[in-house]
Design a protein. Structure first.
Lengths: 455, 227
């Protein structure tokens, strides 16, 4: 067996003898998976829309904590000082540790995917691309882990510096919290963290088109810069002080990629000014004077401030753009909803106002229950259905009426949504009225030309 | 000569740790580098092994620069360890796969250094003496011409020290050059063919133990030199 293979095998053996390494390397990713599964239990397809996030978290933890912890603890024990005396090139030892770590990350990700499959997630749409994206992500984060290992003197310092990178990436870097759910400033900041590109590349391979050339290139450049920095900082022994200026090479690439991403001619982030509160009708319009929906006039509609409505790309009352295609993984769910709509009794009741309320409820439930992505496409189906089942001259008046009187009408339809494969909500129906109001305003704005789609 | 050190100097900022240090060690000879803590012994050793780059002077091992001569020397250094869960057998196997032109079998080394019974025990369960014997076994993997031992008996009990002393004598008998740093005068007197006394980074005397003692007690003579 070659020296490299011997050292890789030894690194793997030693890792599996370390309980803490197994806990952090294998158990934590599975805990994250179960947490995501519980958190997004209303997703139409379990975990598929979060696979990019989950695998990125696994790689991030293993590369930015596991790898430097191993290297630094060995260096503290003088193991690397012993390596330095051996008649072998230093790359041999570094390569053996990196390859062993890659194997650990790969097995952890495979274990995570296996459990996700058991929960009902389908296989990634582009398995080979997913493997490539995983490998590029692992290389980028391991290079960052090497920089951390060379910078710090002891294991507690690895934890401190690792957290400084891990937590921001998790929270505002588009890793644990999806970009769409972040405020504008955080979306901008996320472009300067590698995690965002890893999630995008992996998710594209899992449920999207499988094409993420910019993200893969960004990760490779980040890996290259971090690799150069780590080589410049390299030290066998903690007694040698590294030239910390090399860190600028690694961080400089983060900044360059962020700037490049901001300059790209594609809208990857939209302003989000949402709050969870939908507001009241008076938030968006002057009090109505009409006594029934038939009395609504153009003047009533003209008093509505459509520009105050939450943006379509936000987390409150989102609406997909007309030219936007859903992830293929969502197609069966959306097809099921579309097929069930004509036969859904609440959507065909005699009273046109209640009929419209019931249909708007169908858009409100996925939104409030945070059924990611589904919530953005169902309103399109609902809008189309409303324009089919309500006469065109009445629809603006009815929408305005519902928007101004969201708490009127019955809520019985809320418990009939299983026909669409949607969950049966528990608790009061009042929160759903707010979302019905917003969707009524949004369709009204489209019908009257006050909202230009896409916004 | 196996090891030649000529005019070696190393500074750390304004502090001169080693200055104009010169000595040689031949095959089958044990040279003791004797000095108080902080005298410059470890810095000298690190320069000899290529772990530090000297500011002046030269080091050759069998005619080669230290970084080109790694297959020719074995070393037991302070603050040098192994992963906690590695076993002696695994450590010897792993290091024997590195580029040594001449290799000793792991089983032979385990037996020679009395580690057969502990061959499959994790490193962190070995006693200090056993860990030091494993370090010595690792130093012997490449069948080295030069052994560099930096305070190898520090922290060991009497039995372990005696055992290690025997190993050093065997190495000398096998024709290896041995550089031994110590601050223990009795150890130096018992093991070394010659002693170089280092104080404040300079070699202040070099010679056989008898010559250094100059008819009196070696300990008193060296203590005078080290002041």
């Amino acid at each position: 067996m070659s020296a490299l293979a011997t050292l890789i095998l030894l690194s793997l053996k030693l890792n599996f003898r370390n309980r803490m390494a197994i806990l952090y390397g294998y158990l934590f990713p599975l805990i994250f998976l179960v947490a995501f599964w519980a958190l997004y239990r209303n997703d139409p397809v379990p975990l598929a829309l979060h696979l990019g996030q989950l695998v990125t978290i696994t790689v991030l933890g293993g590369a930015c904590f596991g790898l430097p912890t191993t290297i630094v603890s060995e260096r503290e024990r003088g193991v690397w000082r012993r390596y330095a005396l051996a008649p072998a090139p230093r790359w041999l030892f570094v390569a053996s540790i990196l390859i062993a770590r890659y194997v650990l990350l790969l097995t952890a990700a495979l274990l995570q995917i296996a459990l996700a499959l058991a929960f009902g997630m389908p296989l990634p749409a582009h398995p080979l691309v997913f493997f490539i994206a995983f490998t590029v992500t692992a290389i980028a984060f391991m290079a960052i882990g090497l920089v951390i290992a060379m910078l710090v003197d002891n294991v507690p310092a690895v934890q401190a510096l690792g957290q400084c990178i891990f937590l921001p990436m998790l929270i505002i870097g588009g890793v644990a919290v999806r970009l769409e759910s972040l405020p504008t400033w955080a979306q901008t900041a996320s472009a300067f963290f590698p995690g965002r590109y890893a999630v995008a590349a992996l998710q594209s391979a899992a449920t999207g088109s499988g094409r993420a050339p910019f993200e893969l290139l960004a990760l490779l450049l980040i890996a290259l810069a971090a690799g150069i920095a780590a080589a410049g900082l390299f030290r066998w022994d903690r007694q040698f002080t590294p030239n910390r200026a090399w860190v600028a090479v690694a961080l400089g690439m983060w900044v360059a990629i962020g700037v490049w991403n901001q300059a790209r001619p594609v809208a990857v982030a939209q302003p989000v000014k949402d709050t969870k509160e939908a507001g009241t009708p008076q938030t968006y319009a002057a009090p109505a004077v009409a006594r029934t929906w038939r009395d609504v006039t153009d003047a009533d509609i003209a008093r509505i401030a459509f520009d105050r409505l939450p943006p379509d790309e936000g987390i409150v009352s989102p609406v997909a753009r007309p030219d936007e295609e859903p992830d293929p993984v969502l197609a069966p769910q959306l097809e099921r909803i579309q097929a069930a709509l004509p036969g859904w009794a609440p959507g065909n009741v005699a009273d046109p106002v209640q009929r419209a309320r019931n249909l708007l409820l169908l858009a409100a439930v996925p939104d409030l229950m945070q059924m990611e992505q589904v919530e953005r496409f169902v309103p399109r189906l609902v809008f189309a259905r409303l324009q089919t089942v309500i006469p065109p001259r009445d629809l603006p008046k009815i929408l305005c009426w519902i928007a101004m009187h969201p708490d009127d009408g019955g809520d019985a339809a809320i418990h009939t949504l299983q026909a669409f494969g949607l969950p049966d909500p528990t608790g009061p129906a009042t929160p759903f009225h707010g979302r019905e109001m917003l969707y009524a305003f949004k369709l009204l704005g489209r019908l009257t030309g006050n909202i230009k789609a896409p916004r | 000569m196996v090891l030649r050190v000529a005019g070696l100097a190393k500074r750390f900022g304004a502090v001169t740790a080693v200055d104009a240090v010169s000595f040689q060690v031949g095959a089958g000879e044990v040279l003791g580098l004797l000095g108080a803590n902080g005298a410059g012994k470890t810095t000298t050793v690190d320069c000899i092994l290529g772990l530090l780059t000297p500011d002046a002077g030269s080091v050759t091992i069998d005619g080669l620069a230290p970084r080109d001569a790694r297959a020719k020397f074995g070393a037991v250094l302070q603050a040098t360890g192994l992963p906690a869960k590695i076993t002696p057998r695994e450590a010897l196997n792993a290091f024997s796969h590195l580029s040594f032109p001449r290799k000793r079998e792991s089983n032979f080394l385990l037996e020679r250094f009395g580690l057969t019974e502990k061959a499959d025990a994790p490193y962190d369960t070995l006693s200090g003496g056993q860990q030091q014997r494993l370090a010595l076994a690792l130093a012997f993997i490449g069948d080295p011409q030069l052994l560099v031992l930096d305070e190898p008996t520090a922290g060991l009990d009497i039995q372990a020290r005696r055992s290690l002393h025997d190993d050093i004598r065997v190495a000398r008998a096998e024709g290896r050059a041995v550089l031994l740093t110590t601050h223990d005068m009795a150890e130096a007197q018992a093991l070394c063919d010659r002693i170089a006394v280092i104080a404040k980074g300079r070699i202040v005397a070099i010679g056989t133990p008898d010559a250094l003692a100059a008819g009196g007690a070696l300990e008193d003579s060296i203590a005078d030199l080290m002041r």
